[in-house]
Design a binder for this molecule. Structure first.
Ligand SMILES: [Zn+2]
Length: 213
């Protein structure tokens, strides 16, 4: 496992490592194709998700628990409540990446040895990268994890245990998985391919057998 703050040297190393994998797969008779996710589309999809998930989660909360106090929409009242909420949200951005790594390492041959965590100062975002090409099921498993564990499951728990904090926090958790959900949606086309989380593009590479082999 590597934990690093990205800089030009690390970016160059990532490019080299990616090229090495492409060459290795090429020798085995596979060619690399890129499935890129547009950041603009992912952001738009995030807004749609926010509206959609809110329109599902809050009415269900209301139906189950009888009332929603707008003053407690973040779980706690006032400015302090907002600060606690957004503090928790900031932490969850890092937890999101950790969940990707934690789930992918189970499926990697080198376990944690194949997981990189980092922070990109240019975009001010943390990232997780898996350095092994994975089968569809394994790649899917690590990709869906954060949306499931920081989004869908805690929304359900928030409704059951009457926690508006948990519901609001997890609605944002689903929104944070917008890019991952777009990746997952695109995976249906590459079920038979080996999938490699791209080290510096948003998206992944998929390896297909070269024609004529
Ligand atoms: Zn993610």
């Amino acid at each position: 496992m590597r934990i690093e703050v990205e800089n030009d040297r690390i970016r160059e190393r990532k490019k080299q490592e990616y090229q090495d994998l492409v060459d290795e797969m090429d020798q085995k008779g596979f060619e690399a194709n890129l499935e890129k996710i547009s950041i603009k589309t992912a952001n738009l999809f995030g807004i749609v998700l926010f509206i959609l998930v809110s329109l599902i989660a809050y009415p269900i909360y209301y139906l189950v628990n009888g009332r929603i106090d707008p003053a407690l929409i973040f779980g706690f009242e006032g400015t302090k409540g907002m600060l606690i909420f957004f503090g928790a949200y900031l932490v969850s951005i890092f937890v999101h990446e950790f969940i990707h790594g934690f789930l992918w390492q189970f499926t990697c041959e080198k376990k944690w040895g194949s997981i990189d965590f980092g922070f990109n100062p240019k975009t001010c975002t943390p990232y997780c990268h898996c350095c092994e090409a994975l089968s569809f099921g394994r790649y899917f498993f690590g990709s869906i994890g954060p949306t499931l564990f920081l989004g869908i499951i805690p929304i359900i728990l928030g409704i059951i245990f009457k926690s508006l904090f948990l519901v609001s926090f997890s609605v944002l958790g689903v929104v944070g998985g917008a890019g991952d959900l777009m990746v997952i949606f695109s995976l249906r086309k590459h079920r038979e391919s080996r999938l490699f989380d791209h080290p510096y593009e948003v998206g992944y590479a998929y390896f297909t057998a070269k024609n004529g082999d």
